[in-house]
Structure formats: C-alpha cells, structure tokens
Write a protein that binds this ligand. Structure first.
Ligand code: UD1
Ligand code: UDP
Length: 440
C-alpha cells in the first residue's frame, strides 16, 4: 500500500505529524507532498524540525495569492505528482486550500481520499474554510472524524455511517507526545526567553489570523481596545504573517506594539508554543487548532469569533465565543482572572477530542480498507439497488449491525428520544427511533 499525504500550512503539518509517524512505524510506503502555501521558516520548516518529520518528498511552492490562483496552482502540481506516484489513498487534513485542491484532484483520478478532521461545520459559508471542508467531504471516501457531533453533521448531509470513523483529533496525539519534551527543554525562542516568561504571571496567549477578523479594520480596532483594558494580563502575541501585514496596512501595528501589556513576537516553534499555552491563564484566539489545544491543556479559551466549527469545546464549558466584541472580551477575561470558581470550571471541561490515539485509529482503518479492497475506486458493474427510505421504532434488543444484516438495510440516524446518536455497529437500538434505507 502507498499513502500520499498532502499538507501545506502550519496546522496541517502539526496535525498530520502523528499520522506520518504512525505510517512510517508500520513500514507502509508513503510520500508527503507540501503545497508550499506556508513557506516562511517559522510557518513551515521549523515544524518539520520540532516534530522530527522527514523533509517532504515534493514541494510544489505555490506561495501566496488569491484563492483561485493558489488553489489552481495546487491542483496542477498535485495532479502531476499523483499521476507519477499512483498512491492507494491520498490524505488531506482540515479545511485549507490544500484540502480542496488535493481532494478534488485525487478523486477525479479515481484515487481514494481520506479526510482527516472531517465533518466540522461552522455553518458560515462566508468562510473559505467552510467551503473547503464541505467540498473535501464530498470528494472523500474515508472520514476521520474528531467527535460524534461532527459525525452527526455528516450523517445529516446523507453520508453513510459505514465510512465514518470517530478517531478523536490528532492534535491531542501531538500535544501529549510533545508537552513533556517541551517542559524539559524549556523555551528556546529568543523572543520568548527575552521576555522571562518563566517568571511571568497572568499570561494570556493571543493568536489571530482569520480573514473575517484581521481583514476587517473595525474588528481589529475593537479587539485592540479590549486588549488595552486588560492591563492585568501579560498578553503574548506570536503574530501570524497575514495579521502583521494587515495591521501594518491599517496603521495599527505600532499602536498595538506600544501597549505595555502586549508583547508581539514572531510565530514560534511548536515546542515553544505548547509550553507557552500550557503556562497561560487564558487563551485569546480565532485559531481552530488552538481551541482544541486549549481544552486539551486545561486552559480556558475565549474565541474571537461569532461561530465555531468546534462547538464541543463550548458545550463542554472550556471555550466561550466572544466575537470581536470589546465588552465580551474584557468581561470574560476579567472573570477568568478574578473568579476562581468560574476559571476552574472552564479548566475542568472534559476534552472531547479523544485520548491521543487518533493517528493509530486512523491508520488501522486505512489498513483495514486496503485489505478489504475498499480503496479501489472502479466504475460500478452492478445495476443499482432500489430502496425505500423508512422510519421505525425499535422495541427489542437489536444492534445496528444485526438490524442492517437481517433487514438488508442501511441506518442513517438513530434518535434516543432526546438527541441523534451515531449508529455505531454495536449500538443497541432498543427504545430508539431510526431512519434507514431498506434495499428491495
Ligand atoms: C491559511 C488557511 C487557514 C489556516 C491558516 C493557518 C486557507 C484558505 N487558509 O490561512 O484556513 O487557518 O492558513 O495558519 O487555506 N504569508 C507569509 N508567509 C507565509 C505564509 C503566508 O508571509 O509563509 C502571508 C502572505 O502575505 C499571505 C498571507 O500571509 O498572503 C495569508 O496566507 P494564506 O496562505 O493565503 O492564508 P492564511 O491566512 O495563512
Ligand atoms: N502554533 C505554533 N506557533 C505559533 C502559533 C501557533 O506552533 O506561534 C500552532 C498551535 O500550537 C496550533 C497551530 O499552530 O497547533 C494552529 O495553527 P493556526 O492557528 O495557524 O491555524 P488553524 O488551526 O486556525 O487552522
């Protein structure tokens, strides 16, 4: 079997690292293709070093540009590589342009696509990421899904539960694997050692780069106004290159940089950043990965967005959506600082993203599909089944697997009287309502 992994940005490198590692531990043939969307050393190379990843086999150097141009260049470059390498499956991760380009190109070449971190939905179609992740889901055949909530998003859109694997998120694998190392090693980045963070109190780690925040001046101004009021916090802000550029264009960079409580630094490596977040009293962010890391590291998060595709973090109690609303940012940050009970409740929120074995579960599922020949994509030879869409209330003990076999049916959804449940093969359906396709 040959697995091709496509990645191109900082979070994809971090979240694919445990899977790349797992594939090489099992001696499976693999290639890694870097799109070159992130190219600065501090957005790319440093992560290969910190995560001890081999240099990618290919880098197609697409660089920065408009969405259309960047995605088109990726598609052209990825297609050339896939035609030569002919992998059995292509893995894409998350919601960047690489996911869209990789999934479209591979699926049109009839190469199986596995979407890592599938099923997330912000329901905000103005976000490029929402379009990317939805399109990638349409083009995939295996879905590695962090939580049951995200799996239910896919079921609601009509995907078969047979191809959905609830694996947790590899961000937890990466976090658990590297935190001790980061603690033993200590800070290495000079911009952090220079700040004497070891002896700092009330640290808030801030990151923002989301287009819908940093490209809108009014939102940036509101966030800066909130930061000005948070004078009891030491706000460490490793600034994303996109954000640096837009702050400079808006003429706001110096104003922010001059604040005594805000320390702007260049993006830092993964180990430095893990250590920084783990020492933080709170996290202010619009990053996807950071919302997950915050709840993994038991650090309260205030998310500078109006919606999230990670609602589990909010319902678990570890994350609050504050948008770019000055008052909401200030009030919640002060509450975390001053109200121990409130802060403890946020810290103790249960991590919904698994045990740190997500890479193992992902590669197990891929090997199983390969062994069963399910990665082979061929034009159908059988006349399609006709089926009727049905609903039933189940009164006896029967599992999903048993029901599907005896009834020659595929269950879409099971309702336990209160909420939708994921129809895992061993779920006992007694007392549930189900919807299903009955093959004639
Ligand atoms: C991209 C992803 C976003 C992800 C983020 C992770 C898409 C649509 N967006 O956003 O989902 O959360 O990565 O960080 O795929 N730049 C540099 N150096 C670099 C890379 C970028 O200076 O190494 C600057 C360029 O001016 C570029 C801007 O940052 O125009 C934005 O980069 P881009 O790759 O388009 O999107 P991100 O904002 O990084
Ligand atoms: N990160 C890092 N150094 C930094 C800022 C972030 O290592 O200076 C890591 C962080 O640990 C997380 C990932 O980058 O795993 C998040 O990436 P980003 O916020 O760029 O993208 P998103 O997750 O929003 O797609």
């Amino acid at each position: 079997m040959k697995i091709a992994t496509i990645l191109g940005t900082r979070p994809e490198i971090i979240k694919m690292a445990p899977i790349i590692d797992e594939i090489s531990k099992r001696n499976i043939n693999q290639i890694v293709l870097h799109t070159g969307q992130h190219y600065d050393k501090e957005m790319s190379d440093n992560f290969f070093k910190d995560l001890e990843l081999p240099t990618p086999d290919y880098n197609i150097h697409v660089g920065s540009g408009t969405h259309g141009k960047q995605t088109a260049l990726m598609m052209r470059g990825i297609e050339e590589v896939l035609l030569v390498e002919k992998p059995d499956i292509v893995l894409v991760q998350g919601d960047t342009n690489a996911v869209l380009a990789g999934a479209l190109v591979a699926s049109k070449l009839h190469i199986a696509v596995g979407h890592v971190e599938a099923g997330l939905r912000s329901f905000d179609m103005t976000m490029p990421e929402e379009l990317n992740r939805r399109a990638a889901d349409v083009a995939s055949i295996m879905y590695f899904i962090p939580t049951e909530e995200s799996a239910i998003n896919l079921l609601s859109e009509g995907f078969s539960h047979k191809n959905l694997f609830i694996t947790g998120n590899t961000v937890v694998d990466a976090c658990f694997r590297h935190l001790d190392l980061a603690k033993k090693r200590g800070f290495e980045d000079e911009s952090l050692t220079g700040l004497d963070i070891e002896n700092m109190e009330n640290i808030a780690t801030l990151t923002m780069h989301r287009a819908e925040n940093v490209d809108i001046k009014e939102r940036v101004v509101n966030i800066i106004d909130a930061l000005k009021e948070l004078s009891d916090l030491n706000i460490i802000f490793p600034i994303h290159p996109r954000t640096k550029k837009t702050l400079e264009n808006f003429g706001l960079f110096d104003e922010l940089n001059d604040l005594d409580n805000v320390h702007i630094v260049n993006p830092v490596g993964y180990l430095d950043f893990l250590l920084l977040t783990s020492k933080s009293t709170l996290i202010l962010t619009d990053s996807g990965g950071l919302q997950e890391e915050a709840i993994t590291l038991d650090v309260p998060a205030l998310t500078l967005r109006y919606n999230t595709e990670r609602p589990e973090t909010v319902t678990a109690g570890g994350n609050i959506l504050v948008g770019s609303d000055r008052q909401a940012i200030v009030e919640n940050a002060c509450k975390i600082l001053d109200d121990k009970e409130f802060a403890d409740k946020m810290k103790n929120a249960k991590n919904p993203y698994g045990q740190g074995n997500s890479a193992k579960l992902t590669v197990d599922a891929i090997e199983d599909y390969y062994d069963k020949g399910l990665l082979d994509i061929e034009a159908p030879e059988d006349i399609m089944d006709s089926f009727t869409r049905k609903m039933a209330e189940i009164t006896e003990n029967v599992t999903v697997g048993e029901f599907e076999k005896t009834e020659n049916a595929l269950i879409h959804m099971a309702y336990d009287g209160d909420k939708m449940c994921f129809p895992a093969d061993d779920l006992n359906l007694k007392g549930m309502m189900i919807t299903y396709d009955k093959r004639e």
